[in-house]
Each structure stands twice: as structure tokens, then as C-alpha cells.
Design a protein. Structure first.
Length: 223
């Protein structure tokens, strides 16, 4: 958080559907949840470079260089019995998408969509309002997009003209979301392979040390 300076995160590993290793971010220590994980956490906790990554990032990187004041683009379109409000080009997870009727906030018949990636470091957020065309044509419905770090809110009034513009955009974002999902799956598989490689390396080291200990015991027995 740029204002409070708080920094949070997580790193977890599982095995057979149960917790295997987790990172205590505040204490900067890996915690083992099974007997098999103890040897690995001992090795990782000795790796100071690995544990100091969070501190180095905060002290060496100027976060203001990555903060943007460019507002997201907001579109509206009709989807069956609902109207969708899409905010794309969002940089912060704190950005909210809400609905208003005649300048009053409404929460009923509202469905918040999943936050999706755009593939360029930004995200898209959407919210759907279940409302009939004859209803929103007789009242002033608006989609409001805001963030605690912005000076002004973005207000997009629901009109037939905005619906026509958004209809073209909706087709484009369906394709983009599909491609983004494929990228996320690819990244997940890459992470799994990297984790498997790391665990295999740690297992190899563990086996090698066990062999050394076994050899020492064998030598002592024959002395």
C-alpha cells in the first residue's frame, strides 16, 4: 500500500492436498507442516538472499515510477436481462465498480464479476445489474467506478448510445478474456514445473546427505 507502506504476500506449498510449507512473511521464516518438510525449510531458512527479497524490493525500487494516474476505460452493454459495466485498464485491486439509480447507490440485483487480467499488467473489473430496458429508460441509471487513490470518480450514464458503443467492445473482450485465461493456465503450469524442479533438487541433496551419514556409520561400525 503506497500510503500506509504495508506490504503483504504469501508463499504456500501443498502435498497430497495438505499444507506442506508456508512462508511467514512478517517473521521471514519458512514453516514446515510435516516431518518430511523440516529438512527443506531448514535449507530455505539459511538462504538469506531468498528471505531478504521483500526488504530489498521495498528499499531499492521506487514504487512511484510504476504508479499511474491514467483512468480506466468504462463501457456499458446489454446482456440478456442484465446490463454489464466494464472497467478496463485498472491498476489497483481497490478499484470499485458500483451502480446508482437517480444518483442513489443501489446494491440489489447487482452481481460483481471476477477480476481478470488484460495481459499488459492491468486488469478488468465488471459488475452486472439486472434491470429491464423500460426501467432504465425511465430512470437515470449510472455505473460509478472509483478508487481511494483517485481524486474524481468515473460516472457512465446508462443510455442507448452507450449500449451501442459497448456492444462492439463486449465482443472484443470476450476474445481477450479467453486468451488471458490460456496465458494464466500456461503460467500456472510453469510455476508447477519450477516447484517440482526445486523439490527434486532438495530431495537429491537430502538423499546425498543421507548416503554420507550412512557411510560414516558404516565406517564407525567397522573401526
Amino acid at each position: 500500500d503506497d500510503k500506509s507502506g504495508d506490504c503483504s504476500g504469501y508463499e504456500k506449498y501443498g502435498r497430497n492436498g495438505k499444507d506442506f510449507i508456508t512462508l511467514d512473511v512478517m517473521k521471514r521464516r519458512y514453516i514446515s507442516h510435516t516431518a518430511e518438510a523440516i529438512h527443506i525449510t531448514d535449507l530455505w531458512n539459511k538462504d538469506k538472499a531468498r528471505l531478504e527479497t521483500r526488504t530489498l524490493l521495498k528499499s531499492k525500487i521506487n514504487l512511484s515510477l510504476f504508479l499511474t494516474t491514467v483512468p480506466p476505460e468504462v463501457y456499458l452493454w446489454q446482456k440478456n436481462s442484465s446490463v454489464v459495466c466494464l472497467a478496463t485498464g485498472v491498476y489497483s485491486k481497490t478499484t470499485k465498480v458500483m451502480w446508482q439509480k437517480d444518483s442513489e447507490d443501489i446494491h440489489e440485483n447487482v452481481d460483481e464479476g471476477e477480476t481478470l487480467c488484460n495481459g499488459d499488467g492491468t486488469f478488468q473489473k465488471r459488475s452486472s445489474l439486472r434491470v429491464k430496458p423500460e426501467e432504465w429508460k425511465n430512470h437515470q441509471y449510472s455505473c460509478v467506478v472509483f478508487d481511494q487513490n483517485w481524486k474524481d470518480k468515473i460516472v457512465k450514464n446508462l443510455t442507448e448510445e452507450e449500449i451501442k458503443k459497448g456492444k462492439v467492445v463486449s465482443k472484443y473482450h470476450k476474445t481477450k478474456t479467453f486468451l488471458c485465461t490460456k496465458v494464466r493456465i500456461s503460467i500456472s503450469l510453469t510455476c508447477i514445473l519450477q516447484l517440482a524442479k526445486r523439490l527434486f533438487l532438495q530431495l537429491h541433496i537430502y538423499i546425498r546427505e543421507c548416503k554420507k551419514r550412512a557411510q560414516l556409520i558404516f565406517i564407525k561400525c567397522f573401526k
